[in-house]
Design a protein around this ligand. Sequence first.
Ligand SMILES: NC(=O)c1ccc[n+]([C@@H]2O[C@H](COP(=O)([O-])OP(=O)(O)OC[C@H]3O[C@@H](n4cnc5c(N)ncnc54)[C@H](OP(=O)(O)O)[C@@H]3O)[C@@H](O)[C@H]2O)c1
Length: 201
Amino acid sequence: MKLFVIGATGRTGREVVQQALARGHHITAFVRSPESITLRDKRLTVVKGNATDENQLAEAIRNHDAVLSALGPREVFKPSSLLHDSALATTHAMQRSGVKRLVILSAAAHFPGIPNRIVSLILRNHMRDSLAMEEVVQNGGLDWTIARPPRLTEQDYTTYRSREDAAPKMGFSLSRKAVAAFMLDAIEQKKHFHKIVGIAK
Ligand SMILES: NC(=O)c1ccc[n+]([C@@H]2O[C@H](COP(=O)([O-])OP(=O)(O)OC[C@H]3O[C@@H](n4cnc5c(N)ncnc54)[C@H](OP(=O)(O)O)[C@@H]3O)[C@@H](O)[C@H]2O)c1
């Protein structure tokens, strides 16, 4: 498949790119600093652009089978509308380009429960932005899947548990490798259309 990755220079985004290449896909990494992608592969194309610029995205997204976004603010405590603005630009660009499939990362803290309420309070600026992003995605007229992982780790495994509309029980963390595997599985297996999916170790 031909996959378009937003946030490809991030810790989860890099995993998405590496695993997608290993699975035989063609990747376009849409990044603001191409020099930070050191990986070289004949199936990897790097395109410089701004994740909130609808016109740049629409031009670059054309002819892809799906879009994966692992975008996130570098400073989670500061007020930001990056996720919302990028979701708006991405969904509009996808509509214009005729690309329907979107798998995007959000956060398990949006699920109910006291620990999630505490995380949401501590990270309130980020969580507000991420919830606004989810709304845009759900109303964007696309075949979307929103993945909500808990705390992300650098551990070396790709297995995960998933549950539609709820968090997997007692799932407090997940490796970024496993998040990437889930996002790619959802696309390859045509699963979780129009669903918020809780994922965890
Ligand atoms: N950390 C956790 O424990 C956790 C838990 C649950 C959910 N999540 C969610 O998972 C997502 C990915 O997390 P991560 O830790 O893999 O992220 P990360 O390593 O911080 O990477 C963030 C990515 O977003 C890009 N980005 C940031 N600001 C940007 C901007 N203004 N314009 C364009 N691109 C920008 C970065 O590009 P540059 O390389 O150019 O900066 C990078 O590619 C986040 O949305 C986060 O909310 C995280």
